[in-house]
Design a protein around this ligand. Structure first.
Ligand code: BG6
Ligand code: MG
Length: 214
């Protein structure tokens, strides 16, 4: 019996995944590295530094730790600039209603994002109070595909992993959910998210009534 639902943030609740991509592409361009939208799928759900390392690997570039820190900070300052104007109206269609309905039906609801900017995004969207627990990139050692973030979310909710369903748009996120022993709904395309128990185009397309048949 499913008792809890855990949501990723970027790309599941709001289209901030796009701003991450635009900022990384800007950085890649500065470094003379060609970086496509397909390659960007590898960055979804993984930490800021790991994302940079993937881009450097694509470009065959080796840099010192200090230089990498500088570039990661630069990308983040662009990302923060891009999301400054985000408004509650940008929450994906039907998601707010879904969060409300889940709680009305007695499910525990958590947010689990690898991002260190998750608090800022939740504040701008004015939805922090819709979650019983929030876990973000500042609270974990290992980001997705490691299951740490989802296990921490389950423990904060006071439930065991096998009664949790995760909504994820990242391949690394689906892997993390499965490694945590949870059910997973992929939000996006089967090309990247084929391992998920179900796939929907948009988060709210998944009916709450089907959570127990995954
Ligand atoms: C995840 C995004 O939610 O957070 C990744 O899918 C991003 O693309 C990661 O790299 C870390 O985010 P931040 O905001 O801490 O750089
Ligand atoms: Mg995501």
């Amino acid at each position: 019996m499913i008792k809890a639902v855990i949501f990723d943030l970027d790309g599941v609740i709001v289209d901030t995944a796009h701003y991450h991509y635009v900022a990384w592409q800007r950085l890649a361009k500065e470094l003379g590295i060609s970086f496509t939208e397909k390659e960007n799928e590898r960055l979804k759900g993984v930490s800021r530094m790991h994302s940079l390392e993937i881009i450097l690997e694509i470009g065959g570039v080796t840099l010192s730790q200090a230089k990498k820190e500088e570039l990661a900070t630069k990308k983040n300052s662009w990302f923060v600039e891009y999301i400054e104007a985000i408004r509650p109206e940008e929450i994906f269609k039907g998601v707010k209603e879904m969060l409300q309905e889940l709680r009305t039906q007695g499910f525990r609801v958590a947010l689990a994002s690898s991002s260190k900017n998750a608090e800022t995004v939740l504040r701008l969207l004015q939805i922090k109070n819709m979650f019983d627990a929030v876990v973000d990139g500042t609270m974990i050692k290992n980001s997705k595909p490691d299951p740490e973030i989802f296990l921490l979310a389950a423990s904060k909710l006071g439930v065991s992993p096998d009664v949790c369903v995760v909504f994820e748009d990242a391949e690394a996120g689906v892997e993390a959910a499965l490694a945590a022993g949870m059910k997973c709904v992929g939000v996006g395309s089967a090309d990247q998210l084929g391992k998920a128990h179900a796939i929907v185009k948009s988060t709210a397309d998944f009916p709450i009534s089907k959570l127990n048949s995954l």
